[in-house]
Write a protein that binds this ligand. Structure first.
Ligand SMILES: [Cu+2]
Length: 95
């Protein structure tokens, strides 16, 4: 009984993980992040874009990793969003 509960929990969790993996990921090269508040601005600009699921900004590396729905948005549009927020951005890597 308890074991089957664990199994059910495991499968529920793994299907959630699978759903997250279904999103495309892109790394953006973001220029001009000069202080600790900049990553917040960059993150906000990306989160506003429809289709964006997750954003991780690396201030030191000057990169932003974005999970997005390829049916709603593409990497170029993501780069445009942060460029318009004041941070000239190029697409570094699409995975
Ligand atoms: Cu700043």
């Amino acid at each position: 009984m308890f074991r089957s509960f664990i199994l059910a929990a495991f499968f529920t969790f793994s299907s959630v993980t699978f759903a997250a993996d279904a999103a495309n990921k892109v790394t953006l090269q973001v220029q001009g992040m000069t202080c600790a508040a900049c990553p917040i601005t960059v993150k906000k600009a990306l989160k506003k874009v429809p289709g964006v699921a997750e954003v991780t900004v690396d201030y030191r590396a000057g990169t932003a990793e974005v999970s997005y729905d390829p049916k709603k948005v593409n990497p170029e549009e993501l780069a445009k969003a942060t460029t318009e927020a004041g941070y000239p951005t190029t697409v570094k890597e699409i995975r």
